[in-house]
Design a protein around this ligand. Sequence first.
Ligand SMILES: [Zn+2]
Length: 409
Amino acid sequence: MVQNLISFSNQLKTKKMAIEHTCPNCGHHELSIFYEVRNVPVHSCLMMSSKEEALNFPCGDVVLGFCNRCGFITNTQFDPKWSSYAPNYEDQQSFSPTFNKFALKLANNLVDKYDLHNKDIVEIGCSKGDFLLLLCELGNNRGVGIDPSVVPGRVSSEAAGRVKFIQEYYSEAHAQFVGDFICCRHTLEHIQPTSQFIKTVRQSIGDRLNTTVVFEIPDNTRVLQEQAFEDIYYEHCSYFSPGTLARLFRNSGFEVTDLYRDYGEQYLLIEAKPVNTPSQTIHPFEESVAEVAQDVKLFAEKIEQKLQYWKNYLQEAQVRQEKVVVWGSGSKCVAFLTTLNTIDTIEYAVDINPHRHGKFIPGVGKEIMAPEFLKTYQPDKVIVMNAIYCDEIGQMLKDMGVSTEVVAL
Ligand SMILES: [Zn+2]
């Protein structure tokens, strides 16, 4: 009898664990926890108008779980109640020539590859609308951009008259807008019910089987292999590698037509078409779940060493009374400083997005300065949050007559 009670109690415990850690990508009831960061801001890009407001920003925990059935990684502590994206969500990247060059190349490729001329394009999670307007300019297309943080009129474009912006979260309600081409960039990683989301996109397409779908997200392979902890933060609840993403699309009624990395191997792109019978076509770029498991193991083994390196770096600079600034005030900066718990080793963050200047970073409380500020501040060290911008930043510093050490994560 006692044995039965213990056994029953264990069953309950197991069941509770399983409910808590179900994979939102495939429904598997077992996730292995491999990384934890407690008490980090639940948003990185909402701009705060005072230091106090920024420092009092709500916090949550990041506890990453790995699914050994589909390879997906999710923040098991993510609470969707914090997913509030509004016009003061400032993630526009088009102030950087490096980024614009990439966006233009991608847009041109897609216009050529899918003959996007005089077509109807929908962008889910269009941010401030730069990319959608670009696609519409290049091919004389018509567009619908759906995003709660969109600011109509922010980006000027000759295509503005052909593009409608809807300040809402994407849902089945927007199925009427589905046309020839759907794109969704840097949005899926903010959504926890990934399977449900991709199935909603598929349902909204219905029988319009000529519709092309393109998604772009950060590739988590590099994050795991290089222990890029600055890319792990609360807003990103979902982490994909190529195979995991491809399997999700196949399981949701799509055939994967292309799969590749771009932007210094940081971004992962998938191109797919809707099908009525499940696709069996595996793309050569897909990795197996076992390979992701290897990367997870490597990350777990090496992350402490990586964190300690940067803690020492910042603390030693502080002891030497050096002036250190972080270049890039977005999510990577928030993750970098809050994960290391060394916020007070820097005074300022610098950003080229003018809509961020004079605002304060959630959870970090530092004021965001324009690059020109460095002319008077003359920092000893500039830590660049994304190495892809090093050349651009180096040139700006040179042009401003700022002589400083530049290091990248
Ligand atoms: Zn899974």
